[in-house]
Design a protein around this ligand. Structure first.
Ligand code: ATP
Ligand code: MG
Length: 357
């Protein structure tokens, strides 16, 4: 086993997955196991399907030249695990465990786990120049594990930050969401301040609401609202589109950010205009909002105790039906106790006379 699963095991955390490293070349791995998927043959990765599990098996490799601070062009396989561990980003990620549970730790990863440090394997500037994503990864691991970043590594991040401009939006978005989903989501502002997100932001300033107290789903909208209010982005929608998020995430994120930017706390109105999920994403901690949602108090036409069909039977027509429903809704949003069929029928009659007359 190599990489994150060794780190997590040593820390007593449950690994997300187990990556296997081997001196066997990919072809041999495929020969040895019955069912395999050639996941990333170019990089030496074969997925082995065995006893109901899927496991990535990667041949020890040395990364070749790096293209534009992104992934390596080509890789060379090697039989030496030490060379494989040397290509890895941080000391805590550069350990392996053999079948007997013995730890191979050439760069002091265990010591850095004890000291709770993210530290580059080798010369930090070189490593960040090879792959600029590692700077965002450093912040993600620091946020996720609750570690500090070793000062020389941090210094190199400050120096190399402009290289992040070349990263693909998808890779940046994946690290950003990893940071936001961590126990220290506010680390995302370090990425902003260091210029690691510069490709997606303009210079800005302004208040920053704490993200950590918020549930995961509410963090991105809150961040976006602060970025927008602070002038870092033109609009949340264009920012999220630039990060190439899925269409649904763009629309839910920008709706919730819009609610936050409006500053409105008129929850029923907001629920009526934007729907339950968006308002909850904007104000996940509001007791009043939760009370309204639990109470069954009316904020949508569907909840009115009178229907369009009943209004039609009472003589309303076409757009008049919709207008009457809206008027009744406005009324019961103020006076929840009036959401009773009989009361609404009476109120509807009072609305009616003008066009009868
Ligand atoms: P997580 O639990 O968050 O998945 P992980 O350590 O498994 O953490 P991955 O991104 O899945 O992280 O990568 C697996 C391993 O591959 C890392 O532990 C590291 O050894 C190596 N690695 C991944 N990306 C890079 C990179 N950009 N540069 C160097 N090594 C990397
Ligand atoms: Mg992993």
């Amino acid at each position: 086993m190599a990489g994150g699963c060794v780190r997590d095991t040593l820390m007593g955390r449950r690994p997300a997955d187990y990556d296997i490293a081997t001196s066997a070349p990919p072809d041999e791995v495929r020969r040895l196991f019955g069912r395999t998927v050639p996941t990333g043959l170019r990089h030496g990765t074969v997925t082995v399907l065995y006893a109901g599990h899927a496991c990535e098996v990667t041949t020890y490799r040395i990364d070749g030249s790096y293209d534009n601070c992104r992934r390596p062009h080509q890789v060379t396989f090697t039989g030496d695990i030490l060379l494989d561990l040397a290509r890895r980003d941080f000391t805590v990620n550069a350990m392996a465990m053999d079948l007997g549970g013995g730890i191979i730790d050439p760069f002091g990863g265990r010591g850095d786990i004890d000291r709770r440090l993210i530290r580059c394997v080798g010369e930090p500037r070189e490593r960040f120049s090879e792959d600029a994503l590692r700077m965002l990864r450093a912040l993600r691991f620091a946020a996720k594990l609750g570690f500090a970043i070793d000062p020389p590594t941090l210094g190199a991040m400050r120096a190399c930050a402009p290289l992040a401009a070349k990263l693909s939006a998808e890779r940046v978005a994946a690290e950003l969401s990893g940071i936001l989903a961590s126990p220290r989501p506010d680390t995302v502002w370090q990425a902003v301040d260091m210029g690691l997100m510069a490709r997606f932001l303009r210079p800005g300033a302004g208040p920053r609401h704490a993200l950590a107290p918020l549930p995961h789903y509410a963090r991105l909208p809150r961040l976006c609202a602060d970025l927008e209010a602070g002038g870092y982005i033109m609009s949340t929608e264009s920012f999220l589109r630039g990060l190439r998020l899925p269409a649904r995430a763009i629309s839910s994120g920008s709706t919730a950010a819009e609610i936050l930017l409006s500053g409105s706390r008129d929850y029923k109105r907001l629920l009526h205009s934007y729907g339950r999920d968006a308002v909850l994403a904007a104000y996940p901690k509001s007791r009043e909002l939760r009370r309204i949602l639990r109470s069954g108090e009316c904020w949508s036409r569907e909840q009115l105790k009178i229907s369009g069909a009943e209004l039609r039977a009472a003589g309303f027509e076409g757009a008049g039906i919709r207008d009457a429903l809206e008027a009744l809704l406005r009324h019961v949003m103020e006076r929840p106790e009036d959401n009773e069929h009989e009361i609404l029928c009476k109120l509807a009659k009072e609305l009616k006379p003008n066009d009868r007359a």
